[in-house]
Design a protein around this ligand. Structure first.
Ligand code: UT7
Length: 330
């Protein structure tokens, strides 16, 4: 049977570091509050870099790790909630700049769950025999859509990109993506929004750029999203494990979306997990939305944490309200 295995991983983080103390000079907040309530110490800020440029750097890092030829990539998926253009999509820029001359591709919008959704799409294409090597790039320029006068949101997010290549493998040595579970609670979608340029409050000819620009920021009911996240994680983890025919004890590594260390600690408590089994880097990067999970995966590899044959569980949740999980053999 054909399996889809992670054959390459990549990441890119901008150099510019904004610490909590730095943020406290911009908005009324403190290092103590941010660390205690979120676990974040600092975040990266893209300094004039477009979303596609960050995505390309992560993609190049991923291809170098894979050691393959971009000409052999047949499908490019980019996940982002901060594209540079409505069209062309970000995938077209990545495919062209990387030299994926035979690839098709598109952008996928599932907010912070984007990487988990993309992994499932890539896995499905590979198992259906429609693709052999799929490049996923999850990239977010979050600080471009933050309201830096709103302390309840601007302290949470950072910029970055992560990438992975999924390849068809038939040798039976690696099961790759073993199971996945995706879900969407659209009824609660209004608690986390980023309005687009086209807003329909007025007739189109009455609307000016000045009218709409102020609305492009992340707006979030943090308490509601926190509550949703707790339930979403449990449902997604239980379903992904059930579909894999595994239990929580079979998993060596848990890689949750990095939204808030308290959400992650709650997850650890719920499943009686040692925090040592849960990879976190939220202290360094904040919430990088869909990029957070692939950035974690790459860092785990760089730090020599991943052993071949170990099982990992990724779980994402966010705008939509979307959520999902997947069990992977490394
Ligand atoms: O990736 C997408 C998914 N997103 C998430 O999962 C985010 C989920 N939500 C959260 O992580 C948390 O709800 C937050 C971190 C957003 C907020 O933490 P909280 O513990 O729920 O704080 P709160 O909103 O209940 O606010 C507590 C207090 C308030 O003051 P009062 O009313 O008690 O006087 C806030 O005004 O903290 C105040 N506050 C701040 N103080 C200093 C809110 N933000 C800040 C701030 N600095 N940045």
């Amino acid at each position: 049977m054909v399996c889809s295995c992670i054959s390459g991983m990549g990441k890119y983080l901008p150099d510019y570091i904004l610490t909590n103390d730095g943020l406290a000079e911009i908005v009324e907040t403190s290092d103590d509050w941010i660390r205690e309530r979120t676990g974040i110490r600092e975040r990266r800020i893209s300094h004039g870099e477009a979303t596609w440029q960050m995505a390309l750097k992560a993609a190049r890092d991923c291809v170098a790790d894979w050691q393959g030829n971009p000409q052999d990539i047949d499908f490019v998926i980019v996940t982002t909630l901060t594209p540079d253009y409505y069209t062309p999509n970000t995938a077209s820029a990545i495919a062209a700049e990387l030299g994926c001359d035979h690839a098709f591709g598109f952008d996928l919008s599932a907010a912070c769950t984007g990487f988990v959704y993309a992994l499932d799409v890539a896995d499905s294409y590979i198992k259906a025999g429609k693709a052999n090597h799929v490049l996923i790039v999850s990239v977010e320029n979050m600080t471009r859509i933050l309201d830096f006068t709103d302390r309840t949101t601007c302290v949470l997010f950072g910029d970055g990109a992560g990438a992975a290549i999924l390849s068809a493998c038939e040798d039976g040595n690696n099961r790759g993506v073993i199971s996945s579970y995706l879900a969407l609670d659209g009824g609660r979608r209004s608690v986390l929004t980023v309005p687009a340029t086209v807003c329909h409050e007025k007739m189109p000819w009455e609307e000016t750029v000045a009218d709409t620009n102020g609305h492009h920021a992340v707006m979030m009911d943090g308490t509601e999203v926190f509550r949703f996240s707790i339930g979403a994680i449990t449902e997604a983890v239980d379903k992904a494990l059930e579909r894999a025919g595994l239990t929580i004890d079979d998993i060596a590594w848990f890689i949750p979306h990095q939204a808030n260390i308290r959400i992650i600690q709650h997850f650890a408590h719920r499943y009686h997990l040692d925090m040592e089994k849960i990879f976190t880097n939220i202290d360094k990067y904040g919430n990088t939305s869909s990029a957070s999970i692939p950035i974690c995966l790459k860092e785990m590899k760089e730090q020599g944490k991943i052993q071949k044959g170990q099982l990992g569980l990724i779980v994402g949740f966010g705008g939509g309200l979307s959520y999902g999980a997947a069990v992977i053999e490394f």
